[in-house]
Design a protein around this ligand. Structure first.
Ligand code: NDP
Length: 293
């Protein structure tokens, strides 16, 4: 078979993540304190355990302080809120991250709303979401903010561009719409009730896909030359029995797009890097700007 010629420039995550981590390290060095983050996880979900371990390891690499609170599966809502309250009151803790998902008997939204918004390094508190939508400064959700940092790193224009987002979750799609709007893009958000998805995605200069559906976006759905950001992380089984990671964008899109993020190695590394930046910024806000009570 003839080799496929990929038109798309590859927007790799690691160099952009390294630049963001470097900026976080430089900002941390200007502060009067060592930024400190507390991780809370509940139960024994192996994925949550591995995510928290990875984030704590990255914090340690940067010289930030971190502590992991691993609560048992039978933790009550009141226990969880009590721990968050203790961490909110602790001036030595600048960031509080509640690793999701929680066991089914716990209400994640109620717990997230207990976090002091100044310490909301995951950017999922309703106050953080409101500040984002009002175009005011605040802590932003890590994956969408990481996408913006990746676009900035590769000098992809955003202002005046038509950005189409596939997905409207509180974690990715919605906050990304706010960030792109704040950056002067014209924004369209598509979801499961969008009748003709391809008709919408073909209008995008900048197509960002966060649907959690392997290879949802095929080459016919992409305008030639468009920038395509693939947020999706899907585990697909292979012949060897070991799961392989793949994105929401079909690999053949590389022949049509102008630029494309790989999966893995695209948006993924940006999320943790942005969390580190958020932690340093939270520490800065609590110590330098005099907001501490
Ligand atoms: P959710 O399942 O919460 O949301 C998915 C969204 O995509 C929903 O709004 C849904 O629409 C929409 N959607 C799903 N299928 C279709 C379809 N066929 N057509 C149009 N819209 C569709 O997922 P998340 O936002 O949490 O995550 C999305 C993906 O990003 C996942 O693969 C996840 O693993 C990955 N992810 C990656 C991260 C990273 O670090 N790179 C971090 C976070 C997530 P509707 O609202 O109508 O149901």
């Amino acid at each position: 078979a003839a080799a496929r010629t990929d038109a798309a420039r590859t927007l790799g995550g690691p160099p952009a993540a390294a630049a963001l981590l470097d900026a976080a390290t430089r900002l941390a060095a200007t502060l009067p304190v060592t930024p400190s983050i507390a991780f809370i996880r509940v139960g024994d979900d192996p994925a949550s355990e591995s995510y928290v371990r990875g984030k704590a390891k990255k914090a340690a690499e940067l010289g930030l302080h971190s502590a992991v609170y691993a609560l048992p599966d039978d933790t009550t809502q009141a226990d969880l809120h009590a721990l968050i309250g203790t961490l909110n009151a602790d001036h030595g803790v600048h960031g509080v991250l509640l690793q999701l998902p929680l066991p089914a008997h716990l209400n994640a939204d109620a717990a997230l709303a207990c976090i002091d918004p100044r310490k909301d390094v995951d950017g999922l508190h309703p106050v953080s979401a409101g500040l984002l939508w009002q175009g005011q400064p605040g802590l932003r959700p890590c994956t969408p903010a990481g996408v913006m940092a990746l676009l900035d790193h590769y000098r992809i224009p955003v202002a005046g561009q038509h950005a189409v987002i596939v997905g409207r979750s509180a974690l990715v799609g919605r906050p990304l719409a706010g960030l792109l709007l704040n950056a002067d893009a014209t924004v369209t958000v598509a979801h499961r009730a969008t009748p003709d998805l391809g008709d919408v995605t073909r209008r995008a200069d900048l197509l960002i896909v966060a649907a959690g559906q392997a290879h949802l976006i095929t080459p016919d759905m992409v305008r030639p030359g468009a920038t395509v950001i693939d947020v999706g992380i899907n585990r697909v089984p292979t012949d060897t029995g070991k799961a392989r990671l793949t994105g929401d964008v079909h690999p053949d899109v590389a022949a049509v797009a102008g630029a494309l993020t790989p999966v893995p190695g695209g948006v993924g590394p940006m999320t943790v890097a942005q969390l580190m930046m958020n932690t340093v910024q939270a520490a800065q806000n609590q110590t330098v700007h005099g907001h501490a009570d």
